[in-house]
Design a protein around this ligand. Structure first.
Ligand code: FAD
Length: 484
């Protein structure tokens, strides 16, 4: 049968974009359907990754300037800089990213159509545009890459003026003096440290017993120290009771209890940011009628090739659930295309997924934490490097940080890297490569690494780890011989 397209992609975020790009490399005809009439690129460019990272970069610049050159009048950063200044920094970045994506789509001859995509059957998609006009297209394959939206709180409303979600906070027209964040995950810590760098007094109300429970404990301790230095207050185990406006005190009030005490406590704030998780965008796509299986939380179920339960329909990105990252979505969309067009066996997704947390300071990790390795009864040793030993960190005045290597004591094989400090999300990939090739910490000792760099931390940590193995009674030379 002849179809209009080889693949129709519903949603133009990282998963959809990369599927389209890969499909054109196979010389296939691709159509992207995008519901937004203004933008292309999804949350990646418009509501999440890039805008929040641009805000971070501006906040970091302001923080560096402010701490480096001080202020003789003792003003806070938000008294010297305004959101307009930050917008001036952000706007060209977003515009150029948007243009780049559009140019790539045009250059690669991917067709686009604006409107709501609805799957009619396993080879037919209907698009309803903004004037309610309908068009129907046939296709050999379909990729659902519709992303996710912020979850709604149960006991209060998000008005996007005083009470914000992780998208509307990026639209703020001023730097708030006070901000209360309800949440305890990655986005919470990113926004908390970004606004704190701008001088905002931040309070975190975390409904769980700890923030970022997946972090290596030592990295968490360092993060909590950095958070304390910034005067960010964290309440764990909270139960939000009510949010209301206090007109007399011209503020918002968040009433909460913690499980430790039954006493009602209050935070006065200018804005509240609610970060309560994500909901997959699977509504009104026609999935129920087609029999596309979803899990109890509504995420589409896929196999390792991103195939759904219906042949010819694939799904990738936030709509299939964790890790819900642009980084992973890019690869998933590409792998879905490879499977559609017969190349899946050549490419395997990596089990060891790195994560990057763009807080100030940055955090990144891959592989087992020290605690996880011990729980698995692996005999591990750790090696540490502190940023204040790195010349590059000294030069940049960014000396808060630690890089920690987790490796097997018997053969020095690297099984985990955990970093807190500037450029953590970049330098993690050196550790990732060594791990992907089953390498040992000897790699860092025996190779010349550029100097001065943040990567030097790997060398220092490897020496530190080897010293520890030696001190533990295993002869250095023997260990080296054994690992050869
Ligand atoms: C504040 C924030 C910061 C983040 N920071 C990072 C980061 O630093 N690093 C990282 O890797 N990830 C980050 N993420 C996560 C990242 O943005 C998402 O994981 C990624 O955008 C998901 O990509 P996607 O392709 O699944 O969907 P999306 O990017 O969400 O795109 C989905 C698109 O589908 C469209 N759509 C939905 N339904 C339909 C329909 N029926 N018809 C047509 N079109 C439709 C939507 O309009 C949207 O454009 C961040 C997210 C947020 C919110």
């Amino acid at each position: 049968m002849k179809y209009d397209y080889d693949v129709i992609i519903i949603g133009s975020g990282p998963a959809g974009f990369s599927c389209a790009m890969q499909s054109t490399k196979f010389n296939k005809k691709a159509l992207i359907i995008e519901a937004s009439d203004k933008s292309i690129g999804g949350s990646w460019i418009h509501k999440g990754t890039v805008p929040s990272k641009a805000l971070r970069a501006a906040a970091k610049l302001i923080q560096s300037f402010h701490s480096q050159f001080g202020d003789e009048r003792g003003r806070k950063p938000y008294e010297r800089f305004r959101m307009e200044d930050i917008m001036e920094y952000k706007k060209p970045i977003l515009e150029s990213k948007n243009k780049k994506v559009k140019d790539d789509i045009i250059k690669n001859e991917v067709e686009t159509v604006r409107g709501w995509g609805l799957i009619k059957d396993s080879n037919t998609v209907e698009v309803v545009d903004h004037l309610h006009q309908k068009k129907t297209f046939t296709t050999k394959n379909i990729l659902i890459s519709t992303g996710s939206s912020p979850s709604q709180p149960k006991i209060f409303d998000i008005d996007h003026t005083k009470v914000l979600d992780y998208s509307s906070i990026l639209e703020l027209t001023h730097i708030p003096r006070r901000l209360a964040i309800i949440g305890g995950g990655i986005i919470t810590i990113e926004f908390a440290t970004i606004f704190s760098a701008l001088g905002t007094r931040v309070t975190i109300l975390n409904e769980q017993s700890e923030i970022l429970p997946f972090l290596d404990e030592e990295i968490k301790t360092e993060l909590l120290k950095a958070i304390k230095k910034k005067n960010i207050q964290i309440f764990n185990n909270t139960e939000i009771q009510k949010i209301s406006s206090n007109d007399l005190r011209t503020c918002e009030e968040v009433l909460f209890k913690t499980t430790e005490t039954d006493r009602l406590q209050v935070v006065e704030t200018d804005h509240i940011l609610y970060v309560g998780g994500k909901t997959p965008n699977t509504k009104s796509l026609g999935l129920e009628d087609l029999g596309v299986k979803t899990d109890p939380n509504g995420y589409i179920t896929v196999d390792q090739y991103y195939r759904t339960s219906v042949p010819s329909i694939y799904a990738a990105g936030d709509v299939i659930g964790d890790p819900s990252l642009a980084s992973a979505s890019f690869l998933q969309g590409r792998l879905a295309s490879c499977d559609m067009f017969g190349s899946s066996s050549e490419i395997m997704a990596d089990d060891n997924l790195p994560y990057g947390i763009y807080s100030i300071p940055e955090i990144s990790g891959i592989g087992l934490t020290e605690q996880q390795a011990i729980e698995l009864q692996i005999d591990v040793t750790v090696g540490r490097a502190y940023y204040d030993n790195l010349t590059r960190a000294d030069l940049n005045n960014e000396t808060d940080g630690i890089l920690k290597l987790v490796f097997r004591t018997d053969n020095l094989k690297l099984i985990g890297v955990h970093i807190l400090g500037e450029h953590a999300a970049d330098i993690i990939h050196l550790g990732q490569s060594v791990m992907a090739h089953n390498g040992t910490i000897k790699y860092f000792i025996e190779r010349v690494l550029n100097y001065p760099t943040y990567s030097e931390a790997y060398k220092i940590a490897a020496f530190n780890g080897l010293n520890r193995v030696h001190k533990a009674g295993v002869k250095y030379q023997k260990v080296l011989e054994k690992s050869n």
